[in-house]
Design a protein around this ligand. Structure first.
Ligand SMILES: C[S@@+](CC[C@H](N)C(=O)[O-])C[C@H]1O[C@@H](n2cnc3c(N)ncnc32)[C@H](O)[C@@H]1O
Length: 213
């Protein structure tokens, strides 16, 4: 997927992925990440997710990465805060209070620029990437986040019925990406009511990834 694909989605407000509430699986399973107040949570490919505001309200710091500047501008406008913007190489950093958003390609984010994180929350990030990029992404994400524990939400459906994104990522594929680095626990797997995009039956899965010691 090129940057232009996502820029067009944001320009045309084709934001079917954007939920009107914090993700119920985040709310249900956040406790499993073992976080303390003030800990910093990384949301790769964050869009303007309401999960960000919810995590801030719970007393966490948040850092996100998002390619599309328009998305990030909408995020700060909807939060009602004015960001301080700084340039770091190819990336811009939008910061306010307990929030940093790195604007640019996730693959341009390194561990120094990201800073220390205590957990990763991946919702609609792994599944937004095509298969060849998912292999690179899973290793890159683990490396830049210092193998922090991760709450991952993925979809599984018959890929022949619908072209992604979101792409179908089976439990076998999740394991192939992560099981050499993390211990994986499937927290829940539930059918999406009405199917994916109202078109095809799909399951949404929540995974807990804990670094192997
Ligand atoms: C499916 S949306 C999910 C957004 C958010 N996680 C949510 O739950 O609402 C994927 C987002 O990732 C962004 N994105 C796609 N590829 C990216 C990349 N390589 N680096 C950074 N952001 C990217 C898109 O612009 C889009 O906003």
């Amino acid at each position: 997927m090129q940057a232009s694909f996502w820029q067009q989605k944001w320009q045309n407000s084709e934001l079917g992925f954007h939920l009107p509430e914090p993700h119920p699986k985040l709310v249900r399973h956040i406790g499993r990440l073992g976080l303390k107040p003030g800990d910093r949570v990384f949301l790769p490919l964050c869009g303007k997710s309401l999960d960000i505001a919810w995590l801030l309200q719970q007393g966490f710091k948040v850092v996100g990465a998002e390619w599309v500047q328009q998305a990030v501008e909408q995020l700060f406008a909807e939060l009602g805060v004015e960001p301080t913007i700084t340039q770091i190489g190819q990336l811009s950093r939008y910061s306010a209070h307990q929030l940093d958003i790195l604007v640019g390609d996730i693959f341009a984010v390194d561990a120094d620029t990201l800073g220390l994180v205590d957990a990763v929350y991946d919702r609609a990030a792994l599944v937004a990437l095509p298969a060849d990029k998912r292999i690179l992404y899973s290793r890159h994400l683990a490396a830049i986040s210092g193998f922090s524990p991760q709450l991952l939400i993925s979809f599984e459906y018959d890929q022949s019925l619908l072209s992604g994104p979101p792409f179908s990522v089976s439990p076998e594929e999740v394991k192939a990406h992560y099981q050499d680095m993390f211990t994986l626990e499937l927290l829940e797997s539930k059918a999406i009511k009405g199917g994916l995009k109202g078109k095809c039956p799909a399951d949404e899965q929540a995974w807990l990834l804990s670094a192997k010691s």
